[in-house]
Design a protein around this ligand. Structure first.
Ligand code: MTE
Ligand code: MO
Length: 331
């Protein structure tokens, strides 16, 4: 059998053994976070805590910490009635305890690891092929845009799903205000780089930090695409990607980059974090599709977080009427 030798950064994120090798056994065991508490054994460094995290007892005020900022008074924003769900909204506490945010933890209890992060002051650099490249203060952007609430399904490539009320604004409106040059074909986005807040940016040294994602111009200006600053009628708690993140509800969750500090207009397809780590597992487009199996998770069905209900996966996560045209034209 031919075994392709993987370079360190190609190691899939959930293979425990290579982590032990690369991190050293001591630090690996520490990362596992063996903890016997309140009758539970929590393995905070692994997916296992994803399984138990939802059922773990935690008080809402400990999990859902809403920042208080110069633009807090703009929440809740008016709901846009166009976007209806075919399922119940996920309970806020359930959504706030089950997150993917690898900078802080490779497990799901991200909320326990975000305390050092600061969401103000926060700036976003708008760079590249735009009329006026410039750095904006987050509150300047929030005031410049019209906030609205939308109910969207969220589908992770790990085959779980939620339904969440996001507050934010269409990325299309933001792009228009930035006046991109006609040569701009893609938008590249980056998360902060601060190992002092997010230790995995140092501990997982073989991964290509900071997290990066990208969209084609057609995707970024699709009606569905949102820059999101709030959830459940208030500003984003840190584990959900405060103070500003992307949401593309027809794509797997890993496209929806959290805590953005830089938005670049470019003529080249951006490299993305997970595509760089494991190109055979995460493609650039990452459109939800039940007929394209992931090497580790069949995408035929999805499990609803909170209820464990199993549902058939829908092409484009059910948003084909909005986005189907983009990909039909592309062929
Ligand atoms: N910077 C950054 N953004 C990220 C991630 C991450 O690890 N780092 N995880 C992604 C994945 S895999 C998913 S499923 C969603 C989860 O969003 P939620 O925790 O708000 O539900 O965030 C995405 N954005
Ligand atoms: Mo995900």
């Amino acid at each position: 059998m031919h075994i392709k030798k993987k370079r360190p950064w190609e190691i899939p994120e959930q293979e425990a053994t290579p982590e032990a090798v690369y991190m050293g056994r001591r630090r690996f065991l520490k990362d596992l976070g063996y903890m016997s508490a309140a009758g539970g054994l929590f393995l905070s460094g692994l997916e296992f805590n994803g399984i138990f995290g939802v059922f773990e007892d935690a008080k809402k005020e400990d999990v859902i910490k809403v920042p208080s900022t110069p633009t807090s008074h703009l929440y809740p924003a008016k709901r846009n009635p166009e976007f209806k769900l075919d399922r119940a909204l996920t309970d806020e506490l359930v959504a706030g305890k089950y997150n993917n945010y690898y900078e802080f933890s490779a497990g799901k209890s991200v909320w326990k690891h975000v305390d050092k992060m600061q969401v103000r002051p926060w700036t976003i650099e708008v760079a590249g092929l735009v009329a006026k490249p410039r750095t904006y203060d987050i509150d300047e952007i929030v005031r410049m845009m019209q906030l609205e609430e939308r109910l969207y399904r969220l589908r992770c490539v790990e085959a779980w799903a939620m339904a969440v009320p996001w507050t934010g604004f269409p990325m299309r409106d933001f792009v228009k205000k930035m006046n991109p040059l006609s040569s701009a074909k893609f938008i590249r986005m980056q998360t902060f780089m601060k190992p002092e807040w997010a230790p995995n940016q140092k501990l997982r040294f073989w991964q290509p930090w900071p997290y990066e994602e990208g969209l084609t111009m057609a995707e970024a200006t699709n009606e569905l695409t949102m820059l999101v600053t709030g959830i459940y009628g208030h500003e984003l708690p840190k584990q959900h990607g405060a103070p500003i993140r992307l949401i593309t509800p027809w794509k797997y969750g890993f496209k929806s980059i959290k805590s953005i500090v830089r938005i670049e207009f470019t003529d080249r397809q951006p490299a993305t974090f997970w595509n760089t780590v494991a190109p055979d597992e995460y493609d650039f487009f990452a459109n939800v599709n039940p007929n394209v199996p992931h090497p580790r998770w069949s995408q035929k069905t999805e499990k609803i977080i909170g209820t464990n209900e199993e549902r058939q996966t829908i092409l484009y996560n059910g948003y084909g009427e909005y986005v189907g045209d983009i990909y039909r034209k592309a062929g």
